[in-house]
Design a protein around this ligand. Structure first.
Ligand SMILES: C[S@@+](CC[C@H](N)C(=O)[O-])C[C@H]1O[C@@H](n2cnc3c(N)ncnc32)[C@H](O)[C@@H]1O
Length: 332
């Protein structure tokens, strides 16, 4: 219990390691606390003690001669490495502060992040470009890991125009357009994120086939697409907002079009086993940061139904994400 009670300390040590870029500095060999402190501009005694904590938690290894070295865990925090979690860890300061308001949220229903920062998560990101850059990088890095599994699991060949709604910097739409050279894409996100997306889409070589649109997706999304993707976007919202988002897509869909919700999915029954840990914690992260939630298949189906859509197919991928395909009209 003592370890669990001080779990926030490990989380903050990892945040500090990510923020200071310690893992990058260990890539070319072991270093003492003083060497690392010089490299990252920190106090040598204090950083050495923090490194002892990271070693005790298994994030770095201690050589016994005063030097710390990289481990498979610390390599997850190396900048720019495939699947790097550094940007995600760098979001840890805001998460930490928001989680401090959990009891208030449980008592009142007010979202912990909003209580802490005086505004919603996405409004905050609009106002804080540096934090937004880190958040968008974190989302892009995680999605890049899963995009191949999504492209492999679903046949997009029948769609001429694919609209990625809340698509961030375009990691998913770029992967789909690369795999389907005849398709055209539309990337929709807030104007601030879209301003940042062009270079990313260009670097993927699909800029000529991808239109970038800054919009509030609750108001409207560009009309006439054959498929509307909502990747890990519905789970950011409570049912009322999620319904409005699905309704925006339904209104915009071309006749015969589909909406594809891509999310992790809660099992129908909660078993309370250690295997539930990642999903349950993600559900709580959505709750604390945005008042959102993860959902079961039945909850997704009910949400589609309330927005005038019918879920027709649920497709598993070789990743934690599933694809729920919905269209207008009767179905399963
Ligand atoms: C959790 S991210 C998901 C990004 C990407 N689809 C993925 O799978 O990683 C949710 C996205 O919704 C965007 N977003 C939030 N509110 C929005 C709004 N009102 N209008 C348009 N985009 C919005 C955010 O900027 C963010 O890029």
């Amino acid at each position: 219990m003592g370890r669990l009670i001080s779990g926030y300390a490990v989380s903050q040590l990892i945040y500090a390691a990510a923020e200071l870029g310690l893992a990058d500095r260990l890539e070319d060999g072991p270093k003492s606390g003083a060497e690392l402190a010089r490299a990252v501009g920190a106090d040598p005694d204090l950083l050495s003690r923090a490194l002892r904590g990271l070693a005790a938690a298994g994030v770095v290894a201690y050589d016994g001669d005063g030097r710390f070295r990289a481990t498979p865990l610390s390599r997850c925090l190396v900048s720019g490495a495939p699947g790097s979690l550094r940007a995600l860890a760098r979001c840890g300061d805001e998460s930490y502060q928001a989680w401090g308001h959990l009891v208030h949220m449980l008592r009142t229903g007010e979202t912990a992040f909003d209580r802490c920062f005086g505004t919603s998560r996405f409004e905050y990101l609009t106002q804080q470009p540096a934090a937004a850059a880190v958040f968008n990088e974190a989302m892009g890095a995680m999605l890049t890991q899963n995009a191949a599994a999504i492209v492999a699991a679903y046949d997009f060949s029948r769609f001429r125009t694919i609209v990625d709604v809340g698509g961030g910097r375009g990691a998913l739409i770029s992967s789909i357009l690369s795999a389907y050279p005849a398709a055209r894409g539309v990337l929709v996100d807030t104007p601030a994120v879209i301003a940042d997306a062009e270079a990313h889409v260009r670097s993927r070589g699909v800029a000529e086939r991808c239109t970038l649109v800054g919009a509030d997706f609750f108001e409207s999304v560009p009309a006439g697409g054959d498929a509307y993707l909502l990747s890990q976007t519905i789970h950011n919202w409570d049912d009322a907002h999620a319904r409005r988002l699905l309704q925006s897509c339904r209104r915009a869909m071309a006749p015969g079009g589909v909406t594809l919700v891509i999310e992790m999915m809660l099992p129908p029954r909660f078993e309370g086993t250690p295997a539930d840990y990642p999903l349950v914690m993600t559900d709580l992260q959505m709750m604390v940061m945005m008042g959102g939630r993860e959902r079961t298949e039945a909850e997704h189906r009910a949400l589609f139904h309330s927005a005038g859509l019918t879920c027709r197919t649920v497709i598993r991928t070789q990743s934690p994400l599933v694809i729920l395909e919905a269209g207008e009209g009767p179905g399963g």
